[in-house]
Structures are given as structure tokens and as C-alpha cells.
Design a protein around this ligand. Structure first.
Ligand code: NDP
Ligand code: TDO
Length: 321
């Protein structure tokens, strides 16, 4: 039986993985997080520890106790706005603590699967298109502003150039993992969506749904393009990487290149909600305090070829919601 340690097990992605793995008899799963188990009442088939991964001694003891064959790190300081104004805290969590985990994985000969982000890129790759992946010439919704169609999807060999501090720390965290670990995979995901539990942060799909259900308006950006990722697909991709011996970076995301406003309109359409409540705006009009990449879609060619990873479409997920 494989011993699995999931760090950040209360988080949106971490909990999905914890649930999926703890249902399988071949794994003995330990989840840990900064706060107590958010699902303590419906006891699942896993152990749970409250751990602050910034505390070296506590994490060392955890590794001794669990002796993991495999460690999945879903913890992070993952709110870009917060990281932008709390540099020291963000670096400590997303770089220093990650380096510590990487070293412990090396010492204990554990495979390390570490989550990262499309925000390592600057989103300006459309200026030098290399290969053409999407054809999106028309906007089905009248009077909605759209930006030029994205043509380039980042691959794992592209050089990061983050535009915000969160992205910078995630990049530096990736570097630590690849420098220190001998057996590892870095999994870059992007706009992870699905049903969040109470106590977890939501996501744009859920936010749009909630607002429209409540008859409230929502402003969505039409010039930030992403390859959004269903949370269940992150779990599937990671399970494939658990069974694989490949080292390196893997893009595990969706295969549809959508503007955030496209996502919002798809939600309205699938749920039969009032799309007149959706207002497409530019990033400039949105006046976001933290810069974000404009076109940060990622290619999943590598994951498709090496892992046979096949993500689902947003429409399909919404139809089954
Ligand atoms: N969500 C997204 O759209 C995207 C996420 N990512 C990356 O994917 C990963 C998972 O993201 P997501 O699921 O959104 O994460 P969440 O923010 O939902 O969860 C992160 C978890 O980390 C835990 N945590 C925070 N600090 C500590 C600490 N010091 N010690 C132990 N645990 C801690 C928190 O625990 P607690 O709840 O107990 O306080 C929290 O549940 C991250 O690496 C993120 O950067 C990348 C791109 C997109
Ligand atoms: C809240 C909100 C967001 N947006 C846009 C901004 C952004 O492009 C997108 C998602 O916004 P969020 O604030 O949820 O997430 P944001 O911080 O932009 O993004 C992400 O999370 C971090 C952790 C990552 O690593 C990234 O990969 C990414 O998925 O939706 C709107 O258009 N309207 C809104 O009301």
C-alpha cells in the first residue's frame, strides 16, 4: 500500500485529491493543512494533521511519522492580490517552505508532486505566435467587447516572466523543486473550477452562477484569456503522474482557450440564466490592483502524449453540474 501525504488538504484542489485518493484501497492517505479538517464530521478514510509547513521541525516530524512514498503539495499562498502586498509572507510560503518540502522528499526518497500556475508567464506570447491552436473569430454575443484571438499556447519549455509577485514566488518555488528533487513533477494548473465546499474559496464559474441566480450583475474581463481547468481533471492528471516516473513540468489544464467573459456566457447559457446581467469589461476598466497576464493559455500536448491526459470541456462539466 502506498503512503500518500497531501499538503493543503483543506484547499479547493487538495480536498478533491484527498477525496479521490482516500476512496482507493491501494493508498494510505494522510492529509494536512493549516487549520482543522473542514470535513471532520463526515469521517473519510484518511488521517488528518494540522500542520504549518513553514515550521521546519514540525514538518520534519511529520515526514518521520508518515514516511510518505509520495507527497502532493497543494498548499500555497494563492491569492495574487494578497501576495502583491505581503512579499515576505508569500516568499516564505511559496518558496522557502517549498524548498524545505523538496529537501525532505529527497531525504525520504518520496516522489514530490508540486502544484504551480500559468501566472509564471507574462501572457504576452501572442506577440510571437509559434503554433496555432484555436480559431475564434466571432463573438456569439452581440455588443460584447472581445480582444484579438489568442494564437499561442505556452509549453513547458517556455521561460517564465511573471507580471505579479504571486507568479514570481511560484516560479522560484518551481526552481527549488527542480534543483533539489530527484523524483518530482511540477503541475501547472490554471483557473481551477468546480463546486467548492463551505470554507473554501470559490472560482469564477461558481461566482457567475451565484450572482446570476441571485439576479445580480457581474463584470467580467473580456481580454484575459485562459485554459480553465476542471478540479476533477487536476486530480486525474495528478493520479497519472503518481503512477509515472517522468520528472519535470507538466501543464495540466483544459484544452479550450477562453476569455473570462466567454466562461461567464457559457455558464449563463448552460444554466439558462440571464446573460444580460453579465457585463464584459476590459482589464483597464476593471481596474484590478494586481497585474495579470493577458494570454496565459497552456498547451497540454506533453501531458496528452506522455500521460494520455484528456481534460473535459466546460460545457460538459456545466451540463453535469
Ligand atoms: N485555484 C486556482 O485557480 C489555481 C491554483 N493554482 C495553484 O494550485 C495549488 C492549489 O490551489 P488551490 O486549491 O486554489 O489552493 P487553496 O488556496 O484552496 O488551498 C491552499 C491550502 O493551503 C493551506 N495552507 C496555507 N498555508 C499553509 C501552511 N502554512 N501550512 C499548511 N497548509 C497551508 C490552506 O489550509 P487551510 O485551509 O487549512 O488554512 C489552504 O487550504 C496552489 O499551489 C496554487 O498556487 C494555480 C493556478 C490556479
Ligand atoms: C472576481 C472576478 C474575477 N474576474 C476575472 C479575473 C481573472 O481573470 C479571473 C479569475 O479571477 P480570480 O480572482 O478567481 O483568480 P485570479 O487571481 O485571476 O487567478 C488565478 O488564481 C491563481 C491562484 C492562479 O494561479 C491563476 O492561475 C488563476 O487561476 O476572473 C472577473 O472578470 N470578474 C470578477 O468579478
Amino acid at each position: 500500500m502506498k503512503n500518500i501525504l497531501i499538503i493543503g488538504a483543506n484547499g479547493f484542489t487538495g480536498r478533491q485529491i484527498l477525496n479521490d485518493l482516500s476512496n482507493q484501497k491501494r493508498y494510505k492517505v494522510t492529509g494536512c493543512s493549516l487549520h482543522p479538517d473542514i470535513c471532520a464530521n463526515n469521517k473519510g478514510n484518511y488521517h488528518f494533521k494540522v500542520i504549518d509547513i513553514r515550521n521546519k521541525e514540525i514538518v520534519c516530524n511529520l515526514f518521520k511519522e508518515v514516511s510518505p512514498d509520495l507527497v502532493i503539495n497543494c498548499s500555497a499562498l494563492s491569492v495574487p492580490d494578497y501576495c502583491e502586498t505581503h512579499h515576505e509572507e508569500a516568499f516564505l510560503m511559496n518558496v522557502t517552505a517549498v524548498a524545505q518540502l523538496a529537501q525532505l522528499c529527497r531525504d525520504h526518497k518520496s516522489r514530490f508532486i508540486h502544484l504551480s500556475t500559468d501566472f509564471v508567464f507574462d501572457g504576452k506570447a501572442y506577440e510571437t505566435p509559434k503554433h496555432f491552436k484555436t480559431k475564434k473569430d466571432t463573438n456569439p454575443y452581440e455588443n460584447q467587447a472581445v480582444s484579438p484571438s489568442p494564437q499561442y499556447l505556452y509549453n513547458e519549455n517556455d521561460t517564465p516572466a511573471p507580471v505579479n509577485y504571486y507568479g514570481y514566488t511560484k516560479w522560484k518555488g518551481e526552481e527549488k523543486v527542480s534543483e533539489i528533487c530527484q523524483d518530482y513533477a511540477i503541475v501547472r494548473v490554471e483557473i481551477v473550477y468546480g463546486k467548492a465546499l463551505p470554507g473554501q474559496h470559490g472560482n469564477i464559474v461558481q461566482l457567475v452562477m451565484n450572482r446570476l441566480h441571485a439576479g445580480q450583475e457581474i463584470r467580467v474581463v473580456s481580454d484575459q484569456w485562459r485554459t480553465p481547468t476542471y478540479v476533477g481533471d487536476v486530480s486525474v492528471g495528478i493520479q497519472k503522474l503518481m503512477e509515472s516516473t517522468h520528472n519535470g513540468i507538466f501543464h495540466i489544464c483544459g484544452d479550450e482557450y477562453l476569455a473570462i467573459s466567454d466562461i461567464a456566457f457559457q455558464v449563463a447559457e448552460a444554466m439558462n440564466l440571464n446573460y444580460n446581467l453579465i457585463h464584459s469589461v476590459t482589464t483597464k476598466e476593471m481596474n484590478e490592483s494586481t497585474p495579470r497576464p493577458r494570454y496565459s493559455g497552456m498547451s497540454i500536448d506533453k501531458a496528452q502524449k506522455l500521460l494520455n491526459y484528456q481534460p473535459r470541456k466546460l460545457k460538459q462539466i456545466l451540463a453535469e453540474w
